[in-house]
Design a protein around this ligand. Structure first.
Ligand SMILES: NC(=O)c1ccc[n+]([C@@H]2O[C@H](COP(=O)([O-])OP(=O)(O)OC[C@H]3O[C@@H](n4cnc5c(N)ncnc54)[C@H](O)[C@@H]3O)[C@@H](O)[C@H]2O)c1
Length: 246
């Protein structure tokens, strides 16, 4: 029980990595607030509080954190997993609306949740935040311009907060997944290309260890970073990518 009786807020909780992470955190003894646009597949229990919320809406985000604190009496940490993909698109074809949407979900929403959780963590005198970026942030793939930029913002924000919040005992780290076997992977495919072919011929082949990353790989890394085993780890960017970033 590496997270026994700690209260974690997990975003993107109904997605591929999110669901695996909710399950792992429950197994490790945590209380979990599971946030996503839609939480129909998550059943409320004593330990699991599903909340449907659009994370780009600052008022709804504030309301969700206040509800979580009332329900569980404290908040120990936040893991930002929610995100959206970008179909590979040449820069000339990327509209301002495309850019704004990707930045809103992938960069502004983590800003809002990090801002909102901070007073609760300061109140505890300790806490942990982990933000999911992407290995494409350091090893970009053509056509993922807005997505890569949004994920770069996540790393910079996380490292800025790691230094700012260290004096309060709050750790802030990043996980960079490599190509992962979730619904999102197919959404990076250029218009007209076959998703299954792209998965096999491009994504799987790009991983030196020879397989796609599984949601459980990400969930396990998040358990570690959120546990006391990582008590001296902050400002770190952990690649969980089978070597794709080398
Ligand atoms: N799948 C990959 O290959 C891969 C690789 C590197 C990084 N990532 C990152 O990992 C994270 C998880 O991805 P996944 O593969 O589990 O994808 P996924 O699509 O299965 O899950 C993403 C979840 O985020 C939620 N979400 C999107 N916009 C939201 C909003 N405005 N408010 C609340 N929730 C919202 C979605 O509803 C979805 O459940 C993302 O941040 C993604 O960018 C994924």
């Amino acid at each position: 029980m590496r997270l026994k009786d700690e209260v974690f807020v997990l975003t993107g909780a109904q997605g591929g990595m999110g669901k695996a992470t909710v399950n792992r955190f429950l197994e490790e003894g945590a209380y979990v607030a599971a946030l996503d646009l839609n939480v129909d597949s998550l059943e409320k229990t004593d330990r699991l509080l599903p909340i449907a919320v659009n994370l780009t809406d600052e008022n709804l985000v504030a309301k969700a954190f206040s509800q979580i604190n009332s329900e569980f009496g404290k908040i120990s940490g936040l893991v930002n997993i929610a995100g959206i993909a970008q179909p590979a698109t040449s820069i000339e074809q990327v509209t301002l609306a495309d850019w704004d949407k990707i930045m809103a979900v992938n960069a502004t929403a983590p800003f809002l949740t990090c801002r909102e959780v901070t007073p609760y963590l300061k109140e505890q005198g300790r806490g942990v935040i982990v933000n999911i970026s992407s290995i494409s942030m350091i090893r970009p793939r053509p056509g993922l311009n807005a997505y890569v930029a949004s994920k770069g913002a996540v790393v910079s924000l996380s490292q800025a907060l790691a230094i700012e919040l260290a004096e309060y005992g709050i750790r802030v780290n990043v996980v960079n997944p490599g190509p992962s076997d979730t619904n999102m992977l197919g959404q990076f495919t250029a218009k007209g290309a076959s998703t299954e072919d792209t998965k096999e011929t491009i994504f799987k082949k790009s991983v030196p260890l020879g397989r796609l990353i599984q949601p459980i790989d990400i969930a396990n890394s998040l358990v570690y970073l959120c546990s006391d085993e990582a008590a001296i780890v902050t400002g770190a960017v952990m690649n969980v990518d089978g070597g794709r970033g080398i």
